[in-house]
Write a protein that binds this ligand. Structure first.
Ligand code: EPZ
Length: 420
Protein backbone atom coordinates (compact mmCIF):
# COMPACT_ATOMS: atom_id res chain seq x y z
CA UNK A 1 0.00 0.00 0.00
CA UNK A 2 1.19 3.52 -0.78
CA UNK A 3 0.98 6.68 1.23
CA UNK A 4 1.36 10.30 0.17
CA UNK A 5 3.85 12.48 1.98
CA UNK A 6 3.41 16.24 1.84
CA UNK A 7 5.73 18.99 2.97
CA UNK A 8 3.26 21.78 3.61
CA UNK A 9 3.53 25.50 3.28
CA UNK A 10 4.11 25.99 -0.47
CA UNK A 11 1.77 28.37 -2.32
CA UNK A 12 0.40 26.60 -5.39
CA UNK A 13 0.80 28.45 -8.68
CA UNK A 14 0.23 27.64 -12.34
CA UNK A 15 -2.32 25.80 -14.46
CA UNK A 16 -4.13 22.52 -13.93
CA UNK A 17 -6.55 20.68 -16.21
CA UNK A 18 -9.54 18.90 -14.72
CA UNK A 19 -10.30 15.32 -15.86
CA UNK A 20 -13.63 13.85 -16.93
CA UNK A 21 -16.24 13.37 -14.20
CA UNK A 22 -16.04 10.05 -12.33
CA UNK A 23 -19.70 10.16 -11.34
CA UNK A 24 -20.76 10.75 -14.94
CA UNK A 25 -18.56 8.15 -16.57
CA UNK A 26 -19.58 5.24 -14.30
CA UNK A 27 -23.32 5.19 -15.19
CA UNK A 28 -22.53 6.10 -18.81
CA UNK A 29 -20.30 3.03 -19.12
CA UNK A 30 -23.11 0.96 -17.56
CA UNK A 31 -25.50 2.40 -20.18
CA UNK A 32 -23.48 0.76 -22.97
CA UNK A 33 -25.17 -2.49 -21.84
CA UNK A 34 -28.37 -1.14 -23.41
CA UNK A 35 -27.07 -1.86 -26.91
CA UNK A 36 -25.03 -4.48 -28.71
CA UNK A 37 -23.62 -1.84 -31.03
CA UNK A 38 -20.21 -0.22 -30.38
CA UNK A 39 -20.00 2.85 -28.12
CA UNK A 40 -17.11 5.28 -27.82
CA UNK A 41 -16.71 7.31 -24.64
CA UNK A 42 -14.13 10.11 -24.60
CA UNK A 43 -12.60 12.17 -21.81
CA UNK A 44 -12.62 9.14 -19.51
CA UNK A 45 -10.48 9.56 -16.37
CA UNK A 46 -8.06 6.73 -15.59
CA UNK A 47 -9.27 5.87 -12.10
CA UNK A 48 -9.56 2.78 -9.97
CA UNK A 49 -13.39 3.10 -10.17
CA UNK A 50 -13.37 3.45 -13.97
CA UNK A 51 -11.28 0.30 -14.23
CA UNK A 52 -13.65 -1.54 -11.88
CA UNK A 53 -16.59 -0.60 -14.13
CA UNK A 54 -14.67 -1.84 -17.20
CA UNK A 55 -14.05 -5.19 -15.43
CA UNK A 56 -17.78 -5.43 -14.68
CA UNK A 57 -18.67 -4.72 -18.33
CA UNK A 58 -16.24 -7.45 -19.42
CA UNK A 59 -17.77 -9.88 -16.93
CA UNK A 60 -21.18 -9.09 -18.47
CA UNK A 61 -20.11 -9.90 -22.03
CA UNK A 62 -18.53 -6.71 -23.37
CA UNK A 63 -15.12 -5.94 -24.79
CA UNK A 64 -13.94 -2.73 -23.20
CA UNK A 65 -10.67 -1.16 -24.34
CA UNK A 66 -9.28 1.89 -22.58
CA UNK A 67 -6.64 3.91 -24.41
CA UNK A 68 -5.56 7.51 -23.74
CA UNK A 69 -8.82 8.69 -22.26
CA UNK A 70 -11.07 6.87 -24.74
CA UNK A 71 -13.08 3.75 -23.97
CA UNK A 72 -14.42 1.62 -26.83
CA UNK A 73 -17.09 -0.84 -25.82
CA UNK A 74 -18.14 -3.62 -28.18
CA UNK A 75 -20.13 -6.82 -27.74
CA UNK A 76 -17.86 -9.84 -27.11
CA UNK A 77 -20.46 -12.48 -26.32
CA UNK A 78 -24.05 -12.81 -25.23
CA UNK A 79 -24.86 -10.42 -22.37
CA UNK A 80 -24.60 -12.06 -18.98
CA UNK A 81 -27.33 -10.94 -16.57
CA UNK A 82 -25.45 -11.71 -13.32
CA UNK A 83 -23.21 -9.05 -11.75
CA UNK A 84 -20.95 -10.74 -9.25
CA UNK A 85 -20.52 -9.85 -5.55
CA UNK A 86 -16.72 -9.59 -5.85
CA UNK A 87 -16.98 -6.73 -8.33
CA UNK A 88 -20.12 -4.97 -7.09
CA UNK A 89 -19.01 -4.97 -3.45
CA UNK A 90 -15.90 -2.91 -4.26
CA UNK A 91 -17.85 -0.01 -5.73
CA UNK A 92 -21.41 1.14 -5.12
CA UNK A 93 -21.85 2.59 -8.61
CA UNK A 94 -21.66 -0.97 -9.99
CA UNK A 95 -25.25 -1.39 -8.83
CA UNK A 96 -26.04 0.84 -11.79
CA UNK A 97 -25.76 -2.09 -14.18
CA UNK A 98 -29.13 -3.33 -12.86
CA UNK A 99 -31.17 -0.73 -14.77
CA UNK A 100 -29.62 -1.31 -18.20
CA UNK A 101 -29.61 -5.12 -17.80
CA UNK A 102 -33.29 -4.99 -16.88
CA UNK A 103 -34.07 -2.66 -19.79
CA UNK A 104 -32.22 -4.86 -22.29
CA UNK A 105 -32.81 -8.40 -21.02
CA UNK A 106 -35.86 -7.85 -18.78
CA UNK A 107 -33.99 -9.68 -16.04
CA UNK A 108 -30.92 -9.09 -13.89
CA UNK A 109 -29.22 -10.53 -10.86
CA UNK A 110 -26.96 -7.99 -9.19
CA UNK A 111 -25.21 -8.20 -5.85
CA UNK A 112 -26.35 -5.68 -3.23
CA UNK A 113 -23.56 -3.12 -2.82
CA UNK A 114 -23.57 -3.00 1.00
CA UNK A 115 -22.72 -0.05 3.25
CA UNK A 116 -19.57 1.99 3.40
CA UNK A 117 -17.76 4.33 5.76
CA UNK A 118 -19.78 7.37 4.73
CA UNK A 119 -23.05 5.79 5.91
CA UNK A 120 -25.60 3.01 5.44
CA UNK A 121 -26.43 3.87 1.81
CA UNK A 122 -29.56 1.82 1.09
CA UNK A 123 -30.94 1.05 -2.40
CA UNK A 124 -34.65 1.16 -1.55
CA UNK A 125 -35.30 4.03 -3.98
CA UNK A 126 -33.70 2.10 -6.86
CA UNK A 127 -35.90 -0.90 -6.07
CA UNK A 128 -39.01 1.27 -5.68
CA UNK A 129 -38.45 2.62 -9.18
CA UNK A 130 -37.91 -0.81 -10.74
CA UNK A 131 -41.03 -2.14 -9.02
CA UNK A 132 -43.05 0.79 -10.37
CA UNK A 133 -41.95 -0.32 -13.87
CA UNK A 134 -43.53 -3.73 -13.25
CA UNK A 135 -40.43 -5.58 -12.07
CA UNK A 136 -40.63 -8.41 -9.58
CA UNK A 137 -37.84 -8.04 -7.05
CA UNK A 138 -36.61 -10.71 -4.68
CA UNK A 139 -33.52 -10.60 -2.50
CA UNK A 140 -31.66 -13.82 -1.92
CA UNK A 141 -28.13 -14.62 -0.86
CA UNK A 142 -27.12 -10.95 -0.99
CA UNK A 143 -28.33 -10.57 -4.58
CA UNK A 144 -31.22 -8.61 -6.06
CA UNK A 145 -33.13 -10.76 -8.55
CA UNK A 146 -35.12 -8.56 -10.87
CA UNK A 147 -37.51 -9.99 -13.47
CA UNK A 148 -39.90 -7.97 -15.61
CA UNK A 149 -42.27 -9.94 -17.81
CA UNK A 150 -43.70 -6.69 -18.99
CA UNK A 151 -41.47 -3.66 -18.37
CA UNK A 152 -43.96 -0.83 -18.49
CA UNK A 153 -43.67 2.93 -18.02
CA UNK A 154 -45.25 4.43 -14.90
CA UNK A 155 -45.31 7.53 -12.72
CA UNK A 156 -43.12 7.28 -9.62
CA UNK A 157 -41.83 9.47 -6.80
CA UNK A 158 -38.16 8.84 -6.01
CA UNK A 159 -37.56 11.29 -3.15
CA UNK A 160 -36.17 9.80 0.05
CA UNK A 161 -35.48 10.99 3.59
CA UNK A 162 -32.39 12.85 2.32
CA UNK A 163 -33.88 14.14 -0.91
CA UNK A 164 -33.37 12.81 -4.41
CA UNK A 165 -30.94 10.00 -5.25
CA UNK A 166 -28.40 10.36 -8.05
CA UNK A 167 -27.77 6.69 -8.80
CA UNK A 168 -31.44 5.68 -8.28
CA UNK A 169 -32.44 8.30 -10.88
CA UNK A 170 -29.72 7.02 -13.25
CA UNK A 171 -30.56 3.37 -12.69
CA UNK A 172 -34.32 3.72 -13.17
CA UNK A 173 -33.88 6.04 -16.17
CA UNK A 174 -31.72 3.37 -17.84
CA UNK A 175 -34.43 0.73 -17.40
CA UNK A 176 -37.27 3.06 -18.41
CA UNK A 177 -35.72 4.03 -21.78
CA UNK A 178 -36.51 0.51 -23.03
CA UNK A 179 -39.84 0.09 -21.17
CA UNK A 180 -43.20 0.22 -22.96
CA UNK A 181 -44.86 3.63 -22.74
CA UNK A 182 -44.24 6.69 -20.64
CA UNK A 183 -42.35 6.96 -17.34
CA UNK A 184 -42.42 10.04 -15.14
CA UNK A 185 -39.82 10.25 -12.37
CA UNK A 186 -40.76 12.83 -9.74
CA UNK A 187 -38.16 14.13 -7.30
CA UNK A 188 -35.48 13.08 -9.77
CA UNK A 189 -31.88 14.08 -9.03
CA UNK A 190 -30.80 17.19 -10.98
CA UNK A 191 -27.01 16.67 -10.77
CA UNK A 192 -24.99 17.49 -13.92
CA UNK A 193 -23.89 13.83 -14.02
CA UNK A 194 -27.56 12.77 -14.44
CA UNK A 195 -27.85 15.28 -17.29
CA UNK A 196 -24.70 13.85 -18.93
CA UNK A 197 -26.16 10.34 -18.74
CA UNK A 198 -29.48 11.52 -20.21
CA UNK A 199 -27.61 13.20 -23.07
CA UNK A 200 -25.72 9.99 -23.81
CA UNK A 201 -28.96 7.97 -23.73
CA UNK A 202 -30.56 10.46 -26.15
CA UNK A 203 -27.59 9.98 -28.52
CA UNK A 204 -28.38 6.24 -28.33
CA UNK A 205 -31.94 6.96 -29.45
CA UNK A 206 -33.74 7.36 -26.09
CA UNK A 207 -36.60 9.85 -25.68
CA UNK A 208 -36.09 11.81 -22.48
CA UNK A 209 -37.35 15.25 -21.45
CA UNK A 210 -36.98 17.30 -18.30
CA UNK A 211 -33.56 15.94 -17.26
CA UNK A 212 -31.75 18.42 -15.04
CA UNK A 213 -35.12 19.20 -13.37
CA UNK A 214 -36.93 17.22 -10.61
CA UNK A 215 -39.43 15.78 -13.12
CA UNK A 216 -38.02 13.57 -15.86
CA UNK A 217 -40.27 12.18 -18.61
CA UNK A 218 -39.19 9.16 -20.60
CA UNK A 219 -41.02 7.73 -23.60
CA UNK A 220 -39.82 4.15 -23.97
CA UNK A 221 -38.37 3.02 -27.31
CA UNK A 222 -37.88 -0.50 -28.68
CA UNK A 223 -34.21 -0.29 -29.51
CA UNK A 224 -31.11 1.76 -28.71
CA UNK A 225 -28.05 2.03 -30.94
CA UNK A 226 -24.35 2.70 -30.36
CA UNK A 227 -23.19 6.27 -29.71
CA UNK A 228 -20.15 8.44 -29.12
CA UNK A 229 -19.94 10.82 -26.18
CA UNK A 230 -17.50 13.08 -24.32
CA UNK A 231 -17.74 13.11 -20.51
CA UNK A 232 -18.27 16.46 -18.73
CA UNK A 233 -15.43 17.84 -16.57
CA UNK A 234 -15.38 16.70 -12.95
CA UNK A 235 -16.89 19.48 -10.84
CA UNK A 236 -15.69 17.88 -7.61
CA UNK A 237 -12.09 17.71 -8.82
CA UNK A 238 -12.38 21.34 -9.96
CA UNK A 239 -13.76 22.29 -6.53
CA UNK A 240 -10.87 20.48 -4.85
CA UNK A 241 -8.31 22.51 -6.87
CA UNK A 242 -10.17 25.75 -6.15
CA UNK A 243 -9.80 25.00 -2.45
CA UNK A 244 -6.15 23.96 -2.96
CA UNK A 245 -5.45 27.45 -4.32
CA UNK A 246 -7.13 29.12 -1.36
CA UNK A 247 -5.75 26.94 1.41
CA UNK A 248 -2.15 27.48 0.17
CA UNK A 249 -2.64 31.22 -0.53
CA UNK A 250 -1.82 30.48 -4.16
CA UNK A 251 -2.86 31.53 -7.65
CA UNK A 252 -4.16 28.75 -9.90
CA UNK A 253 -5.80 28.72 -13.31
CA UNK A 254 -8.09 25.73 -13.63
CA UNK A 255 -8.87 24.51 -17.15
CA UNK A 256 -11.70 22.31 -18.43
CA UNK A 257 -14.30 23.47 -15.92
CA UNK A 258 -17.99 24.15 -16.28
CA UNK A 259 -18.53 27.20 -14.12
CA UNK A 260 -22.28 26.67 -14.05
CA UNK A 261 -21.79 23.36 -12.17
CA UNK A 262 -19.98 25.06 -9.29
CA UNK A 263 -22.46 27.79 -8.34
CA UNK A 264 -22.98 26.86 -4.67
CA UNK A 265 -19.26 26.44 -3.97
CA UNK A 266 -18.24 29.67 -5.71
CA UNK A 267 -20.99 31.61 -3.98
CA UNK A 268 -19.82 30.42 -0.55
CA UNK A 269 -16.14 31.05 -1.31
CA UNK A 270 -16.90 34.55 -2.58
CA UNK A 271 -18.86 35.16 0.62
CA UNK A 272 -15.69 34.14 2.48
CA UNK A 273 -13.71 36.71 0.47
CA UNK A 274 -12.10 34.54 -2.24
CA UNK A 275 -11.30 36.03 -5.60
CA UNK A 276 -12.46 33.81 -8.46
CA UNK A 277 -12.45 35.09 -12.03
CA UNK A 278 -13.97 33.23 -14.95
CA UNK A 279 -13.11 32.97 -18.60
CA UNK A 280 -14.54 30.61 -21.16
CA UNK A 281 -13.84 27.05 -19.99
CA UNK A 282 -11.35 28.03 -17.28
CA UNK A 283 -11.14 29.98 -14.05
CA UNK A 284 -8.48 31.70 -11.98
CA UNK A 285 -8.50 31.45 -8.20
CA UNK A 286 -6.37 33.79 -6.12
CA UNK A 287 -6.05 34.26 -2.45
CA UNK A 288 -5.53 37.95 -1.85
CA UNK A 289 -6.42 38.19 1.81
CA UNK A 290 -7.34 35.95 4.72
CA UNK A 291 -10.79 34.42 4.28
CA UNK A 292 -13.61 34.84 6.76
CA UNK A 293 -15.55 31.87 8.18
CA UNK A 294 -18.69 30.60 6.44
CA UNK A 295 -21.52 28.23 7.31
CA UNK A 296 -22.20 25.40 4.88
CA UNK A 297 -25.10 22.97 4.51
CA UNK A 298 -24.74 20.17 2.00
CA UNK A 299 -27.79 19.55 -0.18
CA UNK A 300 -28.68 17.83 -3.46
CA UNK A 301 -27.67 19.81 -6.58
CA UNK A 302 -27.77 22.78 -7.10
CA UNK A 303 -27.05 22.96 -3.36
CA UNK A 304 -23.60 22.63 -1.84
CA UNK A 305 -22.17 19.19 -2.75
CA UNK A 306 -21.51 16.64 0.00
CA UNK A 307 -18.52 15.56 -2.10
CA UNK A 308 -16.79 18.88 -1.28
CA UNK A 309 -17.69 18.90 2.41
CA UNK A 310 -14.39 17.42 3.66
CA UNK A 311 -12.31 19.75 1.47
CA UNK A 312 -14.12 22.92 2.59
CA UNK A 313 -13.79 21.76 6.20
CA UNK A 314 -10.01 21.65 5.77
CA UNK A 315 -10.12 25.22 4.45
CA UNK A 316 -12.21 26.36 7.42
CA UNK A 317 -9.75 24.80 9.91
CA UNK A 318 -7.25 27.50 8.88
CA UNK A 319 -9.78 30.32 8.55
CA UNK A 320 -9.86 32.07 11.95
CA UNK A 321 -13.37 32.30 13.45
CA UNK A 322 -16.23 29.83 13.79
CA UNK A 323 -17.74 27.93 10.83
CA UNK A 324 -20.60 25.46 11.08
CA UNK A 325 -20.75 22.69 8.51
CA UNK A 326 -23.99 20.71 8.33
CA UNK A 327 -24.12 17.43 6.41
CA UNK A 328 -27.63 16.76 5.11
CA UNK A 329 -26.92 13.98 2.61
CA UNK A 330 -24.80 11.59 4.69
CA UNK A 331 -25.11 12.65 8.36
CA UNK A 332 -22.21 10.34 9.29
CA UNK A 333 -19.77 11.53 6.66
CA UNK A 334 -17.32 12.97 9.18
CA UNK A 335 -14.49 10.42 9.30
CA UNK A 336 -12.02 13.19 8.44
CA UNK A 337 -12.84 15.19 11.59
CA UNK A 338 -10.70 13.10 13.95
CA UNK A 339 -7.83 13.07 11.43
CA UNK A 340 -7.93 16.85 10.98
CA UNK A 341 -7.94 17.23 14.77
CA UNK A 342 -4.76 15.12 14.82
CA UNK A 343 -3.23 17.92 12.75
CA UNK A 344 -4.18 20.47 15.40
CA UNK A 345 -7.59 21.50 14.01
CA UNK A 346 -10.34 22.47 16.44
CA UNK A 347 -13.45 20.69 15.20
CA UNK A 348 -16.28 19.49 17.34
CA UNK A 349 -18.91 17.19 15.94
CA UNK A 350 -22.50 17.54 17.10
CA UNK A 351 -24.68 15.03 15.21
CA UNK A 352 -24.87 16.20 11.57
CA UNK A 353 -22.99 19.42 12.40
CA UNK A 354 -19.28 20.08 12.64
CA UNK A 355 -18.30 23.24 14.46
CA UNK A 356 -14.94 24.40 13.24
CA UNK A 357 -12.91 26.94 15.16
CA UNK A 358 -10.38 28.15 12.63
CA UNK A 359 -6.77 28.55 13.73
CA UNK A 360 -3.70 30.06 12.04
CA UNK A 361 -1.79 26.87 11.21
CA UNK A 362 -2.26 23.14 11.14
CA UNK A 363 0.76 21.02 11.95
CA UNK A 364 1.77 18.07 9.79
CA UNK A 365 1.00 14.60 11.17
CA UNK A 366 0.48 11.03 9.99
CA UNK A 367 -3.21 10.67 9.10
CA UNK A 368 -5.35 7.98 7.56
CA UNK A 369 -7.71 8.30 4.59
CA UNK A 370 -11.12 6.71 5.18
CA UNK A 371 -12.95 7.50 1.94
CA UNK A 372 -12.33 9.29 -1.31
CA UNK A 373 -13.31 12.85 -0.41
CA UNK A 374 -11.99 12.61 3.16
CA UNK A 375 -8.62 11.73 1.56
CA UNK A 376 -8.78 14.82 -0.61
CA UNK A 377 -9.58 16.93 2.46
CA UNK A 378 -6.52 15.51 4.26
CA UNK A 379 -4.23 16.16 1.28
CA UNK A 380 -5.43 19.79 1.21
CA UNK A 381 -4.82 20.09 4.95
CA UNK A 382 -1.33 18.66 4.44
CA UNK A 383 -0.57 21.25 1.75
CA UNK A 384 -1.40 24.03 4.22
CA UNK A 385 0.17 22.51 7.35
CA UNK A 386 3.57 23.29 8.82
CA UNK A 387 5.89 20.32 8.49
CA UNK A 388 5.34 16.83 7.08
CA UNK A 389 1.98 15.10 6.70
CA UNK A 390 1.63 11.53 5.52
CA UNK A 391 -1.75 10.35 4.25
CA UNK A 392 -2.00 6.57 4.32
CA UNK A 393 -4.47 4.31 2.46
CA UNK A 394 -4.41 6.55 -0.60
CA UNK A 395 -6.07 3.90 -2.72
CA UNK A 396 -9.23 5.77 -1.70
CA UNK A 397 -7.91 8.86 -3.47
CA UNK A 398 -7.07 6.84 -6.59
CA UNK A 399 -10.72 5.83 -6.84
CA UNK A 400 -11.70 9.33 -7.91
CA UNK A 401 -8.76 11.64 -8.66
CA UNK A 402 -6.67 11.13 -11.79
CA UNK A 403 -2.95 11.82 -11.23
CA UNK A 404 -3.66 13.93 -8.17
CA UNK A 405 -0.09 14.04 -6.91
CA UNK A 406 1.35 14.78 -10.38
CA UNK A 407 -1.11 17.63 -10.87
CA UNK A 408 -0.23 19.06 -7.45
CA UNK A 409 3.52 18.68 -8.12
CA UNK A 410 3.11 20.64 -11.38
CA UNK A 411 1.56 23.44 -9.30
CA UNK A 412 4.62 23.51 -7.05
CA UNK A 413 3.44 21.30 -4.20
CA UNK A 414 6.00 19.15 -2.40
CA UNK A 415 4.16 15.86 -2.45
CA UNK A 416 5.45 12.37 -3.14
CA UNK A 417 4.46 8.74 -2.82
CA UNK A 418 6.09 6.26 -0.43
CA UNK A 419 5.47 2.63 0.42
CA UNK A 420 3.75 2.18 3.78
C1 EPZ B 1 -23.81 9.64 -5.72
O1 EPZ B 1 -24.00 8.53 -4.85
C2 EPZ B 1 -22.32 9.81 -5.88
N1 EPZ B 1 -21.75 8.61 -6.45
C3 EPZ B 1 -21.68 10.13 -4.54
O2 EPZ B 1 -20.31 10.41 -4.76
C4 EPZ B 1 -22.34 11.38 -3.95
O3 EPZ B 1 -21.82 11.62 -2.67
C5 EPZ B 1 -23.85 11.19 -3.87
O4 EPZ B 1 -24.38 10.82 -5.18
C6 EPZ B 1 -24.60 12.43 -3.41
O5 EPZ B 1 -24.33 13.49 -4.29
C7 EPZ B 1 -21.84 8.38 -7.76
O6 EPZ B 1 -22.44 9.14 -8.51
C8 EPZ B 1 -21.14 7.19 -8.29
P1 EPZ B 1 -27.57 9.23 -3.49
P2 EPZ B 1 -25.45 7.88 -4.69
O7 EPZ B 1 -28.38 8.03 -3.83
O8 EPZ B 1 -26.22 8.09 -5.92
C9 EPZ B 1 -30.07 8.14 0.34
C10 EPZ B 1 -18.00 10.31 -4.33
O9 EPZ B 1 -17.26 10.59 -3.37
N2 EPZ B 1 -30.60 7.01 -0.43
O10 EPZ B 1 -27.81 10.48 -4.27
O11 EPZ B 1 -25.27 6.52 -4.18
C11 EPZ B 1 -28.59 8.02 0.61
O12 EPZ B 1 -28.30 7.19 1.70
C12 EPZ B 1 -19.32 9.62 -4.10
O13 EPZ B 1 -17.72 10.55 -5.51
C13 EPZ B 1 -31.65 6.29 0.09
O14 EPZ B 1 -32.14 6.56 1.19
O15 EPZ B 1 -26.04 8.82 -3.57
C14 EPZ B 1 -28.21 9.47 0.83
O16 EPZ B 1 -28.55 9.86 2.13
C15 EPZ B 1 -19.54 9.20 -2.69
N3 EPZ B 1 -32.14 5.25 -0.65
C16 EPZ B 1 -29.12 10.21 -0.15
O17 EPZ B 1 -30.18 9.29 -0.43
C17 EPZ B 1 -31.64 4.92 -1.86
O18 EPZ B 1 -32.14 3.98 -2.48
C18 EPZ B 1 -28.48 10.62 -1.46
O19 EPZ B 1 -27.70 9.53 -1.96
C19 EPZ B 1 -30.59 5.67 -2.38
C20 EPZ B 1 -30.08 6.72 -1.64
Amino acid sequence: MDKLVIEGGKSLRGEVTVSGAKNAVLPILAATLLTEEPCVIKGVPNLRDTNTMLKILRSLGKNAEFDKGTVRVTQAKETNFVADYKLVSTMRASFCVLGPLLGKLKKAKVSLPGGCVIGVRPVDLHLKGFKALGTEITIEGGYVNAVAKNLKGNRMYLGGAYGSSVLATDNVMMAAVLAKGKTIIESAACEPEVVDLAEFLIKMGAKIKGYGTPIIEIEGVKYLHGAEHRIIPDRIEAGTFIIAALITRGDITIKNVMFQHLGALIDKLEEAGAHISRTDGSMRVRSRKRLTPINITTLPYPGFPTDIQAQIMSLMTVTPGISVITEKIYPDRFMHVAELNRMGAHIQREGPHAIVEGIKHLSGAPVMASDLRASAGLVLAGLAAKGLTSVSRIYHLERGYENMEMKLQALGAKIWREKE
